[in-house]
Design a protein around this ligand. Structure first.
Ligand SMILES: Nc1ncnc2c1ncn2[C@@H]1O[C@H](COP(=O)(O)OP(=O)(O)OP(=O)(O)O)[C@@H](O)[C@H]1O
Ligand SMILES: [Mg+2]
Length: 151
């Protein structure tokens, strides 16, 4: 999966998405790649805070790495409260990374409990069509190991 030129979506029904994302992140970090992990709500809030900030012109490593980290992991897509600004920022991030606007190959993992229909319903068509058209989609099935630990 890591060697493919396409981008990965872990579109997911049950459990293990965050665990798997962190495993992939760990492997890439070992290879010296840059990885940014953030949940969708925190990522989008932080990007909007950055855009609103008066210090926008000062070099901002956070926003730079959102756009050009070798791997960006957006966890829990669908748990953010959406508005038009967030939709626009999400589109900008996904599109910039898909088009390699930073002149390097960047990969993105999105994990979500939404299904494909939900993605089209929750997000603009241009976001949905990019995810469905460009991402490899993996479904995760299984039991919640969190409960297992309690037994
Ligand atoms: N392959 C695995 N080996 C060992 N433990 C695992 C594995 N996959 C998941 N787990 C454990 O199972 C629990 C649930 O996994 P995880 O948090 O990755 O689920 P998730 O798909 O992100 O769920 P949610 O949609 O609630 O965020 C965690 O405690 C995690 O450490
Ligand atoms: Mg998770």
């Amino acid at each position: 999966m890591l060697n493919k030129k396409t981008y990965c979506l872990l579109a997911i029904l049950v459990y293990g998405k965050t665990f798997m994302s962190n495993c992939i992140a760990g492997e890439l970090l070992k290879k010296g790649k840059t990885v940014l992990y953030q949940t969708a709500p925190v990522l989008l809030e932080s990007v909007i805070d950055y855009k609103m900030s008066k210090q926008k012109n000062i070099e901002n490593n956070f926003y730079k790495s959102v756009l050009d980290a070798d791997l960006l992991i957006i966890d829990d897509l669908g748990t953010e409260s959406l508005n038009s600004m967030k939709l626009s920022e999400l589109f900008t991030i996904l599109n910039a990374r898909l088009l390699n606007l930073n002149n390097k190959v960047t990969k993105t993992i999105i994990s979500t409990n939404l299904n494909i229909n939900d993605i089209f319903n929750h997000y603009e068509e241009r976001i949905g069509s990019r995810i469905v058209g460009y991402y490899d989609i993996y479904y995760f099935f299984g039991e919640d190991l969190r409960f297992k630990n309690l037994k």
